[in-house]
Design a protein around this ligand. Structure first.
Ligand SMILES: Nc1nc2c(ncn2[C@@H]2O[C@H](COP(=O)(O)OP(=O)(O)OP(=O)(O)O)[C@@H](O)[C@H]2O)c(=O)[nH]1
Ligand SMILES: [Mg+2]
Length: 402
């Protein structure tokens, strides 16, 4: 693989286990998925049969009889081991493989490490986007998931683990379990779409392939992902809205993840109406929240499937082998970063004043969240969004009386 366009030439998304097939199905029906090869693979013939995926394949049906693994990881491992040749041919025909599913059951937890080892043998990059069970699913499922992560971490190029419990931040307490899983399908499939956008054509701003390769090559802990999609219906400030949604994306785990990341993948995708100013604002805003020496791998695309929309995807990566002085440098910097703040430009951010113990500190007025109005249509009047507090809308500076 020589460059980023080779990596993007055939992106295959492989949904494994009953959960992975559901996520793959959700992705399959998204209008923006064009160009992705989507395959569902499960030991459970019954659940596979119900899927509307065009490309689905029962695995190890001869031995398992199409009954699934019943939560037994060893059975999952054996099933995938018996099908190594088939898995290898999927990997070999892909330029980049994205594997998805929910850890905690037998098929996904047992099968994922086999896919990782085959991808290693083929020297093909593989990204895992896997969910961690809800705590209410019980200790055993969570323990299986934890063991699965330990096994996968040294083998996966990128392992994005999505704790399902994070979804509670965007679910009401009385939501049925089915709705919780539907939400998981939606968030994870959108994240996969965003990841694939990062390595796609990059017709506006091409991802630096050597940077991407060096990040993939390093040992990492699990990664976080945030996706924000906004459309013209969100009003004039759709870029700002998409940024807000990235930061409050349940799968990111809070803006603190950006501050702590050693490397960040950011992709901005829009239709032919995407403005360069929007791309600039998105990139600078994320940059202003990150540590100064964080590696930024950025890409921007236009695609007609996104006409009238803008999608920002952010992946946070933490390296395991970072020297302690690197971390200290960051700790001293982060004191001055506002939690959840989006500033228009990192370069225009004021330097924190050196102050004595008794001097009044600057008021923390950087936060420009729309708060509870985040998901509602803006109240526009005369071209102004009235849900944005007046002092921010008019860019007022508070007089400290100096
Ligand atoms: N996103 C999503 N996750 C699900 C869904 N159903 C279950 N899960 C999650 O995925 C985990 C694994 O469940 P399954 O995918 O059904 O298990 P499996 O890998 O097929 O394993 P076996 O059924 O033992 O063969 C569960 O513990 C849940 O956390 C779903 O419909 N969507
Ligand atoms: Mg199953």
């Amino acid at each position: 693989m020589e460059n980023i366009s080779d990596l993007a030439s055939k992106i295959t998304v492989l949904g494994i286990g009953s959960s992975g097939v559901k996520i793959a199905e959700r992705l399959f029906h998204m209008p923006e998925m064009l160009g992705l090869e989507i395959i569902g693979m499960d030991t459970d013939a019954n659940s596979l049969g119900k899927s509307s995926l065009a490309n689905k394949t029962a695995i190890d049906s001869e031995w398992r009889g199409g009954y699934g693994c019943g939560g037994d990881v060893i059975k999952g491992q054996r099933s995938f081991s018996r099908e190594r040749a088939r898995i290898r041919s999927i990997i070999e025909s892909a330029s980049l493989l994205i594997v998805t599913g929910g850890l905690g059951g037998g098929t996904v937890t047992g099968g994922a490490p086999i896919i990782a080892s085959e991808a290693r043998a083929c020297k093909k990059p593989v990204i895992f986007v896997l969910s961690i069970p809800f705590v209410f699913e019980g200790y055993n499922k969570n323990k299986l998931a934890e063991d699965g992560i330990k096994e996968l971490l040294p083998m996966a190029d990128i392992l994005i683990c999505v704790p399902n419990d994070l979804l509670f931040s965007s679910l009401s307490a009385d939501a049925p379990v089915e709705e919780a899983f539907r939400k998981a399908d939606e968030e994870i499939s959108r994240a996969i779409l965003g990841i694939s956008e990062l390595v796609r054509c990059g017709n506006l701003l091409s991802t630096d392939f050597s940077d991407l390769r060096s990040v993939l090559a390093r040992r990492k802990s699990t990664c976080g992902v945030g996706v924000g999609l906004a459309s013209d219906y969100d009003g004039l400030n759709r870029c700002h809205m998409a940024l807000e949604r990235v930061l409050s994306s349940p799968l990111l785990g809070g803006p603190g993840k950006i501050k702590n990341a050693h490397a960040l993948f950011i992709s901005v995708t829009g239709g032919s109406d995407l403005q360069i100013g929007e791309v600039k604002k998105a990139l600078e805003s994320v940059q202003s929240l990150a540590r100064k020496n964080a590696r930024m791998i950025i890409g921007a695309n236009t695609d007609d499937a996104y006409n009238g929309k803008i999608q920002i995807t952010l992946i946070t990566v933490n390296f395991e082998d970072v020297a302690s002085d690197d971390v200290e440098e960051f700790v001293s910097e982060k004191t001055f970063v506002q939690e959840s703040a989006i500033t228009a430009s990192s370069s225009s951010a004021p330097e924190p004043p050196l102050s004595s113990e008794y001097e009044q500190q600057e008021l923390p007025l950087l936060q420009i969240s729309r708060g509870i109005f985040l998901n509602s249509s803006p109240s526009m009047y005369d071209g102004l969004d009235l849900d944005i507090p007046t002092f921010q809308r008019l860019n007022l500076v508070v007089d400290k009386g100096d």
